[in-house]
Each structure stands twice: as structure tokens, then as C-alpha cells.
Design a protein around this ligand. Structure first.
Ligand SMILES: Nc1ncnc2c1ncn2[C@@H]1O[C@H](COP(=O)(O)OP(=O)(O)OP(=O)(O)O)[C@@H](O)[C@H]1O
Ligand SMILES: [Mg+2]
Length: 247
């Protein structure tokens, strides 16, 4: 049997205001697509932020693509710069707010940023950017400023910017927020077609059920259940206990 690509062992984390994640443990196998659900404030975004080294752990261990880190890894500590760089080559997060992701003068520049940093020549960068724009159906945004896009357009551009980096592991925070039905369906087909290991935080339970064979359910910063999505998301009692509505 394969080893897990992602393993969280008793992960806890805190903001200045107090504890946010409590002893979270789970494993994700290579190529798995897993949904992360929970009510507002349950800790989904915070958990994703720990996995890219933005929110430091207070205790426990995360092992992601062979890179292991615990409470010592902080983005503020220059000694950990190399480890963080290695981590971010393996795992990318599509932020809940696309404006955290897009900062260049044009969408093309935003999408080219990652591959250029990885040392690809300009021809290869252009081919990769155009392929991703095409797959997401947003070629018309190529030369637009990210500041002047609709909510859904920004979301798709932010997803595209992560895909051009082509990490092994993709983390999504509310990927369907702001998307119209057709863009949502396109995104579903795209994520389904990707071989990457994916963890998808979402309130869109139909999306989770269609895309993710397994779901991790959070309540107040802790794992409340992790089970096959078909069973968990339809389990009225469990979902009620977590202030969610079952499918
Ligand atoms: N930067 C911050 N500083 C202090 N507390 C924070 C910060 N960000 C989030 N929190 C708190 O941490 C808890 C978990 O928030 P988080 O954003 O992880 O929840 P979530 O499950 O992603 O919720 P949502 O569904 O609303 O996106 C909440 O109680 C929230 O108020
Ligand atoms: Mg969130």
C-alpha cells in the first residue's frame, strides 16, 4: 500500500485571539480528492493556512510530500526559508479571497509568475499559461488587469494562477464562491480531470459530493468525522451536530 502524501498528526494552531485548531489528525493518499466541510468559523481556512506554512502550528506535526514540520516552522523565521520554499513547490493554496493571489498588472503576468520563478523559458511559460487559460475558458481575460474583473472572473484567474505552478498538491478554499452555474460545472470537470491530490474546503456540498469520495468534517477546530462523502454529507444527525444541512 502507498504511503499518505499528506499526514496531519494532532495538529493544533492558534491566533493571538486563542486556539483555532485542536489536535487535528488525518491522512490523504496520493491522487485522492478530499472535501473539507464545516460551518462558518469551524477552522477550514486556518487548517489550509497551516498546510502552506502561513499559520504556524502550536503543536503536532504535518508531513506533506515528504516534508515534515511542527511548531518550529514559521514564515517569519528566515532559517526555515528553504523548507518553506520546498513546501510551496509541492503544495499550493487557492485562497478564499482571490485578491490575495492576484497582484500583477495583468492576468497573463499573474499566471506567468510561478512558472518564470521555476526557471521555465518564456516560450514554455507562454504555452503553459495559454493552455490553462484555455482549459478554464478564460482566454479573454489574458490581458486584463486583475483589479477590473468580476468576482467569478477573479476566482477563475486565481485558480489558473495556481494551476500554472503545477504543484503535486492543490488546496482550494471555497473554489465555487462567486461562480455562475456554467463556470462551476467547468471547474468541477477540470478538477475531476486533474491527477493532483486535492483538498477542497467548501460550503457547496453538492460540489463536494460530486467531486470528492471522502469528506473531513470540522467542528470548532476539531475533526468531528471523516467518512465517505456519500454517507457523511447525507447523515442528518452528524451534519445537524455541526450546524450544517445534510444533502
Ligand atoms: N486572522 C485571524 N485572527 C484571529 N482569529 C481568526 C483569524 N482568522 C480566523 N480567525 C478565527 O478562527 C476561527 C476559524 O476561522 P476560519 O477562517 O478558519 O474558519 P472557516 O471554517 O474557514 O470559516 P468560513 O466558512 O466562514 O470561511 C474563527 O473563530 C475565526 O474567528
Ligand atoms: Mg474559510
Amino acid at each position: 500500500m502507498d504511503n499518505p502524501l499528506i499526514e496531519a498528526r494532532s495538529v493544533s494552531a492558534a491566533y493571538d485571539s486563542g486556539m483555532v485548531l485542536r489536535e487535528i489528525s488525518f491522512r490523504i493518499m496520493p491522487g485522492e480528492r478530499v472535501a473539507l466541510v464545516g460551518a462558518n468559523g469551524a477552522g477550514k481556512t486556518s487548517l489550509l493556512l497551516t498546510m502552506v506554512g502561513i499559520l504556524p502550528l502550536t503543536s503536532g506535526t504535518l508531513c506533506i510530500g515528504g516534508i515534515e514540520f511542527g511548531a518550529g516552522l514559521s514564515a517569519r523565521d528566515p532559517q526555515n526559508k528553504r523548507k518553506l520554499k520546498e513546501l510551496r513547490e509541492q503544495v499550493s493554496l487557492v485562497f478564499q479571497d482571490p485578491e490575495d493571489q492576484l497582484f500583477m498588472p495583468s492576468i497573463y503576468e499573474d499566471l506567468a509568475f510561478g512558472p518564470r520563478n521555476m526557471g521555465l523559458d518564456e516560450d514554455a511559460v507562454r504555452r503553459r499559461v495559454d493552455e490553462i487559460l484555455d482549459r478554464l475558458g478564460i482566454g479573454f481575460l489574458r490581458n486584463r488587469s486583475p483589479l477590473r474583473l468580476s468576482g467569478g472572473e477573479k476566482r477563475l484567474a486565481a485558480i489558473a494562477a495556481v494551476l500554472t505552478m503545477n504543484p503535486e498538491i492543490l488546496l482550494f478554499d471555497e473554489p465555487t464562491a462567486f461562480l455562475d452555474p456554467k463556470s462551476r460545472r467547468n471547474l468541477m470537470h477540470l478538477l475531476q480531470s486533474l491527477p493532483h491530490t486535492q483538498l477542497i474546503a467548501t460550503h457547496d456540498l453538492d460540489f463536494a459530493a460530486a467531486l470528492c469520495p471522502r469528506t473531513i468534517l470540522l467542528l470548532e477546530g476539531a475533526v468531528f468525522a471523516q467518512r465517505p462523502s456519500a454517507e457523511l454529507l447525507r447523515n442528518q444527525e452528524l451534519m445537524d451536530q455541526c450546524n450544517l444541512e445534510a444533502l
